[in-house]
Design a binder for this molecule. Structure first.
Ligand SMILES: Nc1ncnc2c1ncn2[C@@H]1O[C@H](COP(=O)(O)OP(=O)(O)O)[C@@H](O)[C@H]1O
Ligand SMILES: [Mg+2]
Length: 270
């Protein structure tokens, strides 16, 4: 497989509690069902959360890789044949403070996974920290989850503005979450799209909406996938549609794919 074989997508929002982890986990689940091999990076480096959704407690985290030299492949949590999770470090792992040797160690180890996956999904932390910016700017695609609420719109806009101005990110995918219906989702997209294209040099692609659906919350609480918990629910159907759209969507070409490229970018910038 070539370096561009793996697609790297960062799932982000600028604000917490909007559904980033929900989108990440369900996107992974649906892509895996289509036969895609997915690696999830739990980019919430201070507060691991992907594993909670999968009912898996990681034995090691990225922190152990640096402090005790546990092999990267032994840190991976294998949720299923097609879904593997790379847990972030719980506690402070400051990428910016890794030394040259540690950075090289990480990039070299990661490149051993090259060709093993079709997708790298990065579930970023909440807020607009440097970490979120590094991880998103190194990804080929940045998927922004936004709610029909002014604070969420403002935060999403601020995040896109920073990525555009600092890292020249030009295109973003938008997922509207917790909306009433398709119509509200689309009008929320249009609202963000008109402001962004007016004031920023970016283009936005609408990847779809997810309605507010208590099934999702219940599934999350029971640590079950919505696809198993409530397969006929609107939320599940919409999440499935988003995964199909992602899979059918052409990859951004201005940023190369590949795990090695991704980590090189992250660590170069950090
Ligand atoms: N469309 C939705 N309908 C109902 N509840 C949702 C929806 N999306 C997310 N939630 C709930 O909102 C909470 C926050 O979601 P989460 O994915 O953890 O957000 P984030 O990762 O952005 O902090 C969770 O309890 C989740 O179940
Ligand atoms: Mg989360």
């Amino acid at each position: 497989m070539t370096n561009s074989g793996i697609r790297t997508i960062s799932i982000t929002s600028g604000k917490g509690g909007v559904g980033k982890t929900t989108v990440t986990v369900n996107l992974a689940h649906n892509l895996a069902k289509m036969g895609k091999r997915v690696l999830i990076l739990d980019g919430d480096l201070s507060l691991a959360n992907v594993d909670l959704f999968f009912k898996k407690v990681p034995e090691y985290t990225l922190q152990d890789f640096f402090s005790t030299e546990v092999d990267l492949k032994d840190i991976l949590v294998k949720y299923s044949k097609n879904i593997h999770i790379l847990p972030g470090a719980s506690g402070a792992l400051d990428l910016a403070r890794l030394d040259v040797f540690q950075k090289k160690m990480l990039v070299d180890s990661v490149s051993e996974f090259e060709g093993h996956y079709d997708y790298l999904l990065i579930d970023t932390a909440s807020g607009i920290s440097d970490e979120v910016l590094y991880l998103s700017s190194a990804a080929q695609e940045v998927m922004v989850v936004v709610l029909p609420d002014p604070a969420s719109i403002t935060d999403a806009y601020a995040l896109m503005k920073l990525l555009n101005q600092r890292y020249k990110t030009k295109s973003f995918s938008i997922v509207t979450n917790q909306v009433l219906n398709e119509k509200e989702g689309l009008s929320l997209f249009h609202r963000i799209n008109s402001v962004s294209t007016k004031f920023l040099n970016v283009s936005l692609n609408y990847m779809g909406y997810i309605p507010f659906d208590l099934n999702l919350r219940h599934a999350n609480h029971k640590q079950e996938m919505i696809a198993d918990f409530a397969p006929q629910s609107q939320a599940n159907l919409c999440l499935k549609r988003i995964a199909e759209k992602v899979e059918g969507f052409p990859t951004r070409t201005e940023v190369p794919g590949g795990l090695q490229f991704f980590w090189n970018q992250v660590l170069d910038i950090a």
